[in-house]
Design a protein around this ligand. Sequence first.
Ligand SMILES: NC(=O)c1ccc[n+]([C@@H]2O[C@H](COP(=O)([O-])OP(=O)(O)OC[C@H]3O[C@@H](n4cnc5c(N)ncnc54)[C@H](O)[C@@H]3O)[C@@H](O)[C@H]2O)c1
Length: 364
Amino acid sequence: MDGQLTYGMVGGALDSMIGESHRNAILLDGRAKIVSGCFSRNFKKTLLTGQKWKIKRDRLYRDYQQMVIEESRRKPKIDFVVIATPNISHYEIAKAFLEKGINVACEKPLTTTLQEAEHLKKIANQLDLLVCVTYSYTAFPVIPIARKIIRSGEIGSIRMVNAQYLQGWLAKPLENENKQSNWRLDPSQSGLSNTTADIGSHVENMISYLIEKDIQSLCAKLDTFVKPRKLEDNSIVMVNFKDGARGIYCMSQIAMGEKNNFNFSIYGSKGSLKWSYEHANTLNIIFEDSYKLIKKEDKILDGTNEGFKNLYSLFITDLINKKNGKKITNSNAHFQSINSGVRGMKFIEKCLESNKKGTWVKFN
Ligand SMILES: NC(=O)c1ccc[n+]([C@@H]2O[C@H](COP(=O)([O-])OP(=O)(O)OC[C@H]3O[C@@H](n4cnc5c(N)ncnc54)[C@H](O)[C@@H]3O)[C@@H](O)[C@H]2O)c1
């Protein structure tokens, strides 16, 4: 397959949780081809992943620093790099590629501090580069429809949001048994937050995207139920929006029996909207005495990939349009840009601040 664009990837080796979702999503879109990678710090894993994806041996790298040097010398350069490493390295890797003029698609949370996220935004905007943050859930087909319904006023003015992201995989101590839990619960790999950063970032992104309201203040209670963990495994956040709407976000990774239960209900003055990842292509719209169901065809059996595929399609379309001379920036992009990534980091930092102080904190 010869795509119009080429890309490289850092992290996301075959044994990672999310690497294949990225590569498969881009393959399904069909307009970009993977040509280089440093998929792991273990070069054998990079070679194995590269072999599977038919990447030439001389474009597989032992470390991302070498990849940046070699790939940025090539003419033409890769159009973008995908970063799917643990959180702590997002900033340094994204910065290195941006500084060499390469667009970035980076996993959430964008960085581990707001300051780093703002710095990346500054570099990207100064160099006129696009940064996509791979908040995949907002790209499920019914989600933009839900946003349009809210914008149209069909459910009235938004009064209350109840959003939950519940998992049970950390209900027991998994440390040292599972590499994904190892780094997520280690502040030197994950940053200062586990649950709020890992899944709360998706909740914040989803609700901000849908209701388009600024947060005025929030009050967060982060708990660590399984001891002696250093980071939270449960996070409950109350949110005040600027126009008086209220929200409650409940994120848990110790919710025994839950797999990946991400759902929201948005209540307006005329009706409400309900969505759940378990039926990701269905949207329920409920009025006082009537009910509407919007159902999109499940195009891909693994639901996660459908969000990733749609997100990458938006990103790739914007990259192609930009290459063809259209003025596409991180502010008018159709994908989840660095602006969402920065706001997400602010949300995480404000939750940490509120939890530490034990009070409501202002968002701005
Ligand atoms: N958008 C989503 O829905 C979603 C879902 C899962 C994970 N994530 C995010 O994806 C990222 C990775 O999470 P995961 O669960 O796949 O982790 P993982 O531990 O399964 O995989 C991380 C991969 O990065 C590689 N790696 C680590 N440091 C590296 C470096 N310096 N250079 C090259 N490779 C390196 C590891 O070898 C591994 O292959 C995290 O930021 C996580 O928050 C997002």
